[in-house]
Design a protein around this ligand. Structure first.
Ligand SMILES: Cc1cc2nc3c(=O)[nH]c(=O)nc-3n(C[C@H](O)[C@H](O)[C@H](O)COP(=O)(O)OP(=O)(O)OC[C@H]3O[C@@H](n4cnc5c(N)ncnc54)[C@H](O)[C@@H]3O)c2cc1C
Length: 485
């Protein structure tokens, strides 16, 4: 028997969950089905311990403001990411106000965001970054300090035992967040039609749009038909996109990067630190491997994680197959993939170096942040897989660190590829999917008006009216219990 629905979403991570909830809000009459291969919701990249849980608002991530060749610090990417995260906050806040999301403390907490650097050149860079950002309404609350007493107040354990005979500086944004994207995904999917242990193995045009086959836990196959399919399968999205046969898929390949954390087991150390402290990436490191020391909130408990240490695995999903990478290489993306390998030698060398690190070397990296860290207090945990995009640009393969929505020309199928800034921008990205794939709903005032009620900053320049921005922020903070002044 074939199950027909209006929208079939593959993957119960934060992307599928966000899209499913948006559709439910915009048109409750639509039949939306979510298919998930695992026996649990959001158990891949969106699971709390598989990602860093940073509500990426560009407060502290130095890779969003790389220094230009002339020494200036362009901030346009930081402003865009900040604005995008505001939309996520506003959407979650509206759902809380409507009683559709309960207990925001289960998925979001206020945790200050700091960038911390040492050495003259890095301090000068951070100062220029702060001056540029602080002059905008979006980052007007960002604090700067090069004073060791102030730095100690902000992050006592990071300063304990630190050499003070070198320039040190930090910026701090009190209104930072830690987000448990796993708990949030589960909350967004509550009450919706989610079929666990349904692994999509077949995808072809037919019927009312797309025919989809899913393998169930007993080995039997369930069949679905829908005029719209979204591939929110995380690392599993590229293989499914290739299976769809749409010509747009031929531009893409993928490069997986795995990760590991050190997780603190000492309650005293965990209690002594309350911040996400981001540093500068090592030479050759991919931008998402910037080391950071993070206060986390997981299942109501405070935790402390350091990392990520990057690594290499040929899997596209943490619970995927070692053959994933080989299976994704097709005649049309072989050359671009080889070009990326050859032209990113620094990255390859960095990843090999990370894989070969000894426990002592990992502890040494941690001690750059916590000089008095003791190895016994920390244990290694495996993070999620990130599958970076290889895209053909002007006939050459380019490695891209962002995310990208790929859709068929007729809008009947869309997929999300890539990893960063990822979960934090899920709301804006999923609205983009809707705009591309359901244009008729945006032609009139119906969906746009509803979206503006749900996400009041949608379509606005948030930096244009500081008073309005402040009002939007206080409303979101109040609903989400962020309690930051
Ligand atoms: C180490 C690390 C740190 C990160 N840190 C941050 C951070 O601090 N802040 C942030 O915003 N983002 C962060 N990210 C990125 C973020 O985790 C991802 O962008 C986000 O979780 C992706 O969500 P998703 O729903 O697309 O994928 P996922 O959460 O991976 O969900 C995809 C789902 O699809 C399912 N699936 C796959 N194939 C199939 C199939 N064939 N059939 C059915 N189901 C299938 C999977 O089982 C999975 O449940 C980080 C990622 C990593 C790996």
């Amino acid at each position: 028997m074939t199950h027909r629905c209006d929208a079939l979403l593959v993957g119960a991570g934060i992307m599928g969950a966000t899209l499913a909830r948006l559709l439910r809000q915009l048109d409750p009459a639509l039949e939306v089905v979510v298919l998930e291969r695992l026996p649990a919701l959001a158990a891949e990249s969106s699971a709390a311990l598989n990602n860093a849980g940073t509500g990426h608002a560009a407060n502290c991530e130095l890779n969003y403001t790389p220094q230009a060749a002339d020494g200036s610090v362009p901030i346009s990417k930081a402003l865009a990411i900040n604005a995008s995260f505001e939309l996520s906050l506003q959407f979650w806040a509206s759902l809380v106000e409507r009683g559709e999301l309960q207990d925001p403390a289960a998925f979001i907490r206020a945790v200050p965001h700091l960038s911390f650097v040492w050495g003259e050149a890095n301090v000068a860079f951070l100062r220029r970054r702060w001056e540029a950002l602080n002059a905008t309404p979006q980052f007007a609350g960002m604090q700067w300090s090069g004073d060791s007493a102030q730095l100690r107040e902000w992050m006592p354990l990071v300063m304990d035992g630190r050499r003070l005979d070198q320039p040190l500086a930090a910026t701090r944004v009190a209104r930072g967040t830690d987000v448990n994207f796993g708990a949030l995904s589960a909350a967004l999917l509550e009450g919706l039609d989610v079929r666990l242990q349904h692994e999509v193995v077949g995808l072809e045009r037919g019927g009312a749009g797309w025919r989809v086959e899913a393998r169930q836990s007993d080995g039997s196959t369930a069949c679905f038909e829908a005029p719209f399919v979204f591939l929110g399968a995380g690392g599993g999205a590229l293989p499914l996109l290739q299976r769809s046969g749409i010509p747009e898929a031929r531009q893409y390949g993928a490069f997986p990067v795995s990760g590991q954390w050190l997780v603190c087991r000492n309650p005293e150390v965990i209690a002594g630190h309350n911040a996400k402290v981001y540093g500068k990436a090592a030479v050759g490191a991919p931008p998402m491997s910037v080391p950071h020391l993070d206060t986390r909130w997981i299942e109501g408990q405070r935790a402390l994680l350091f990392g990520p240490y990057a690594g290499f695995s040929t899997r596209f999903l943490k619970q995927g197959s070692l053959w994933d990478l080989a299976g994704s290489v097709k005649p049309f993306n072989l050359l671009p993939s080889l070009q990326v390998g050859a032209s990113n030698f620094d990255l390859v060398r960095y990843l090999v170096g990370q894989v070969l690190q000894s426990p002592e070397q990992r502890l040494e990296s941690l001690r750059q942040f916590l000089p008095e860290a003791r190895g016994d207090d920390w244990e290694l945990a495996v993070a999620g897989q990130r599958v970076q995009i290889i895209k053909q640009v002007d006939g050459r393969g380019c490695l891209q660190m962002g995310t990208e929505v790929v859709s068929s020309a007729d809008g009947s199928l869309a997929a999300l590829l890539g990893a960063s800034p990822g979960a934090s921008t899920a709301v804006q990205t999923m609205v983009e999917v809707l705009q591309r794939c359901w244009p008729e709903r945006f032609a009139g005032s119906g969906w746009p008006e509803q979206l503006r009620t749900l996400i009041p900053g949608w379509g606005m320049d948030l930096g244009a009216d500081p008073d309005h921005l402040a009002a939007l922020r206080s409303r979101a903070d109040a609903a989400l219990g962020l309690g930051v002044g």
